[in-house]
Design a protein. Structure first.
Length: 230
């Protein structure tokens, strides 16, 4: 894949990465978590290879997509250039896309129901891969939204472990327009209650808060890419 990259584009990408890293470091210090690592996932959904390349050139290696088809269209060629990329599935996943997701992604952040768990376990068995999965929570209780209700969390974790599907931790999205801290704190408590250490929470507008509350993975889009292209 050939893309002519300007030094200005790479410099701008490096500056955006540095700004996020500075905010993460400050959040870790505030929480007395110094020495801990937070994985920053650059959310590249809707951004084409031309806009991803400067971040790759600047050293970013964790990227997130929310649609299997979009990821399949652009990442194989990018990974041929940068084989050390880690690709995260961060959007809702249909069970009939599980086999494609297991083949393409390295981490899944949206395990939320038994039917998807069964599909993922079957795909992992068939492909000889074990993909770490974060269980996505639905803390608001909105029926139209994806996510596992807290009351069902224990059962889903037990089923995943029985199926040899690695549970990396919990994932949440703070409700739009509400103070995020209580939602992050609840996610951290649920993780602790169930013996999980991974916390995928925090986006461009609230990741410093998430880091202070214990996030191990943050999902950053506009702070690294600017506004979505479509």
């Amino acid at each position: 894949m050939e893309h002519k990259l300007s030094e200005d584009a790479i410099l701008a990408a490096r500056q955006r990465l540095d700004a996020v890293d500075t905010a993460v470091t400050r959040g870790l210090a505030d929480a007395r978590r110094m020495g801990e690592h937070v994985t920053c996932i650059a959310i590249s959904k809707t951004h084409d290879a031309e806009h991803i390349q400067p971040l790759l050139a600047a050293g970013q290696r964790h990227f997130g997509e929310n649609r299997v088809a979009e990821a399949a269209a652009k990442w194989p060629a990018l990974r041929a250039e940068y084989p050390d990329i880690t690709l995260h599935m961060v959007g809702q996943l249909q069970s009939n896309k599980a086999a494609e997701a297991v083949a393409l992604f390295d981490v899944i952040h949206s395990l939320d129901r038994p039917s998807l768990l069964h599909a993922l376990a079957k795909a992992m068995d068939a492909q000889g891969r074990r993909i770490p999965c974060f269980i996505q929570l639905n803390l608001e209780g909105a029926a139209q939204k994806g996510g596992c209700a807290p009351a069902a969390l224990g059962g889903l974790i037990a089923a995943a472990r029985a199926a040899n599907v690695p549970v990396a931790g919990l994932m949440c999205v703070a409700p739009l327009g509400l103070e995020p801290a209580p939602w992050f704190a609840l996610t951290a408590k649920l993780a602790d209650d169930h013996g999980l250490t991974g916390l995928s929470m925090g986006m461009s507008g609230d990741f410093p808060t998430a880091v202070r509350i214990g996030a191990t993975h943050i999902r950053v889009g506009s702070a690294l890419f600017g506004e979505r292209q479509r």
